[in-house]
Design a binder for this molecule. Structure first.
Ligand code: ADP
Ligand code: MG
Length: 730
């Protein structure tokens, strides 16, 4: 049976009337069940003595390896905890370059040497596994004779129990590497980059406060998504296969009334949100904020920020949970960056900062000028790093989906610029222009900083068009797409800022060794960085055409598409910074780039195939049926003596139907031809370029004719769920 548009609508109508079951949301306070399925500091304590717990915790937090005896104790405690909670299996949970998560389950149950059934969880099972590496994209990292991939435990992210239906599985966060230790995942580079940044930041902090002994990178993501009813979802092959609508005329009402943003949440969606939040809370994901977004049927969920590695794991886990919980509610979640034409797409703002063991946020301007010098150091170093490596940041968020969003007059443009707000801009202007970096100058700057009114207030007039904005006490990276693994942009941020901070440290040390006082040396560096990174600071309207022109004059790149953006990963500058600092080798960079380009081609390939099928199986048959109806009508009316002039309306419809059918069949054939030609291209960059240049424009133009048909054809004949049905029926 095909799930037709009409049976879909019928089942929604019936469903909305009946069986809105109450959910089994735990009663009581969230704090009572928060983290109950996580092997965290709280739960570990019940399974380890205090001394042992302290030792394990200290070792893990210092980044040292646990020795064999400790490992055995941890593995046993983990097994006992998981089995007490009803888990029967365990899985290494990892983040391959597909962008999703992966897991391979094994049972605790096994047979011992005498064939007795027992439950076992060895140290080896905790620390290392060997999933079949060949089924995951490796971008050529594995040679053919060594297809194995290994997962290895990441003790800095807590294990958790995933409940799917009645089944419970202990999930152990792991990295995923080749036999030679090369990263085939997002986690390993992220971990390396975070520890690199944290060391560099710690050393710089020593200038200001000797009590700082560790720095943590923090991430707070904001996840946007769309919800559609399961029935209409099933009636759209494009949503099932591509996660976005390839055709569909705008609904007469879109988002123009701005009535959805922060509007009241429909009851059914509210139930979904509550259920999802409960699942998140049980897994220790500290979600707090929920609201409607701009697009009809679009929502957002945001947590409290966390240490970057855990925050990334939590976001990956969240995307998985969102999908599972939606199915329970007969909804489908769309994480695609642009599910609907003409309606805002979905992003995932990444709020990024650094905080110290002394509880200070290094990007918080603070109230006392002495501390502001520290703030300025981290603030300006970040801007300087983004200026130098803007292309790399752009590359890290490139995907076929995000290409629809960036620069589409609703999302940040593909040009990377930094918005800092007018007060901070003034501070930087003053430092750069007026004040010499001698001792008196330092004093003047510090006095000036004291007079700057409330910085936080100023930053509430946020510039929504900026891809990278300072928002009071953190930078907000807004270019990230809703389906992206945050680890990719976070790895770039950590690497480029860590690199910049280590250069800063060295320059200041050199100046001080040459006799300059420290504050002057720091200010001199800051001043130089401001001067150098001037071109990236932009406070204006990022959507305007003037900005495109101006950005080009400033030397900022506008990489509008993924194939243009991705090669930045293997530029000489990128290879240098990643390899020198031990984050990714040149070989790994090439492999990761290869996977991103391949993903791009595959997305377009699937879209193009799906579109072809929809045209031949659904759209053209509907057009022909309606055409026959109109033609019959013309015949009958002519029979009773009507003239062509009388029949001008029908004839016009007939003609337009035919033009669309003609053009669609022609373009589908061309698209197929180009797709096949593109697939034959060996080189992944050239293949992606070919898809972009030849296939993608046809996907767009076929849509235009199909949407025309949707407008022309009798509603009864149109087989594909319409936008108004996808977005406005709740
Ligand atoms: P917005 O107006 O952008 O929605 P919010 O106040 O809701 O702003 O915060 C957005 C996100 O920023 C939240 O996920 C929050 O946890 C995160 N955030 C706040 N402070 C920090 C920080 N110091 N480091 C990282 N993320 C932060
Ligand atoms: Mg935000």
């Amino acid at each position: 049976m095909t799930y037709s548009r009409f049976s879909a609508l019928e089942s929604i109508a019936n469903r909305n009337r009946a069986d809105e079951k109450l959910l089994d949301v735990p009663s009581g306070r969230i704090s009572d069940f928060f983290g109950q399925n996580v092997f965290n500091e709280h739960t570990i304590k019940k399974y380890l003595t205090k001394d042992l717990y302290d030792e394990v915790s200290k070792t893990i937090h210092s980044g040292d390896e646990l020795d064999g005896a400790l490992l055995k104790i941890v593995a046993n405690a983990m097994k006992k905890w998981a089995m007490d909670k009803g888990a029967t299996h365990y899985a290494h949970w990892f983040q391959p370059l597909t962008g999703k998560t992966a897991e391979k389950h094994d049972s605790f149950f096994t047979l011992d040497g005498d064939n007795n059934p027992i439950e076992e969880f060895s140290v080896n099972a905790l620390t290392q596994q060997e999933p079949d590496g060949s089924s995951f994209p490796g971008g050529g990292l594995r040679s053919t004779f060594e297809a194995r991939g290994y997962t290895a435990w990441d003790p800095t992210s807590p294990a958790f129990i995933l409940e799917v239906g009645e089944g419970k599985t202990l999930c152990i966060p792991t990295i995923f590497v080749t036999y030679g230790g090369e990263a085939m995942d997002y986690k390993l580079p992220l971990l390396k980059s975070a520890s690199f940044l944290e060391n560099a930041a710690k050393e710089v902090c020593q200038f200001f406060d000797p009590l700082v002994t560790s720095v943590k990178t923090t991430l707070g993501w904001e996840q946007e998504y769309f919800l559609v009813d399961e029935a209409t979802f099933f009636a759209r092959p494009d949503l099932i296969l591509c996660g976005r609508t390839l055709v569909g005329k705008y609904a007469a009402k879109g988002q123009q009334l701005d009535d959805h943003y922060f509007g009241s949440i429909p009851e059914r969606v509210y139930k979904y949100m509550r259920d999802l939040e409960t699942e998140c809370h049980k897994l220790g994901i500290p979600v707090r904020t929920r609201h409607n977004e701009v697009g009809p049927g679009q929502y957002e969920l945001a947590p409290m920020y966390e240490e970057v590695n855990v925050a990334v794991d939590h976001n990956q886990l969240l995307m998985d949970l969102m999908d599972r919980v939606a199915r329970k509610h007969k909804l489908r979640v769309l994480l695609h960056e642009k599910p609907f034409e003409g309606v805002n797409g979905s992003g995932k703002h990444n709020n990024w900062s650094m905080s110290t063991n002394t509880g200070k946020n290094l990007l918080s301007p603070g109230k006392t000028p002495g501390k502001n010098l520290r703030f300025l150091t981290f603030f300006v170093s970040t801007i300087r790093a983004v200026w130098e490596y803007a292309d790399l940041l752009r590359a890290s968020i490139a995907s076929a989906g995000n290409d629809h969003r960036l620069g589409a007059n609703e999302a940040p443009p593909a040009i990377v610029s930094v918005f800092i707000g007018s007060s901070l801009k003034k501070v930087l202007d003053n430092i750069e222009n007026d004040i010499e970096a001698d001792e008196e100058g330092v004093q003047t700057v510090l006095n000036l900083l004291r007079k700057i009114p409330n910085l936080d207030l100023d930053n509430t007039d946020r510039n929504r068009t900026s891809p990278f904005a300072f928002t009071g006490n953190k930078f907000e990276i807004r270019m990230v797409g809703s389906s992206r693994n945050c680890a990719a942009p976070m790895t770039v941020m950590n690497t480029i800022v860590g690199h910049q901070l280590s250069i800063f440290k060295k320059s200041v040390d050199d100046l001080v060794n040459n006799g300059m006082d420290r504050d002057s040396a720091i200010l001199q560096q800051i001043k130089q960085y401001i001067k150098e990174s001037r071109p990236i600071l932009f406070e204006g309207d990022g959507y305007s055409d003037d900005w495109k022109k101006e950005a080009a004059e400033r030397g900022l790149n506008n990489h509008e598409s993924t194939p243009e953006a991705i090669p930045a990963y293997t530029s000489a500058a990128a290879v240098e910074i990643f390899s020198k600092n031990g984050i990714l080798t040149e070989r790994e960079l090439h492999a990761h780039q290869e996977v991103m380009l391949e993903n791009y081609c595959l997305s377009l390939q699937i879209e193009s195939r799906t579109l072809g099928e929809m045209m031949y199986n659904q759209v053209i048959p509907a057009a022909i049926k309606y055409q026959n109806l109109v033609a019959d009508n013309i015949h009958s009316l002519r029979d009773i003596g009507m003239t062509d002039e009388d029949l001008a309306g029908q004839l016009d419809i007939l003609k337009r139907l035919n033009e669309c059918i003609k053009s669609i069949t022609k373009e589908v054939q061309e698209m197929t031809k180009y797709r096949r030609a593109s697939n034959k291209i060996e080189d992944s960059y050239k293949r992606a370029e070919s898809y972009r240049t030849y296939v993608k424009p046809l996907i767009n133009s076929i849509r235009i004719c199909s949407d025309r048909l949707e407008y022309l054809i009798d509603d009864e004949y149109w087989p594909i769920a319409k936008y108004r049905e996808l977005m406005f029926i709740k």
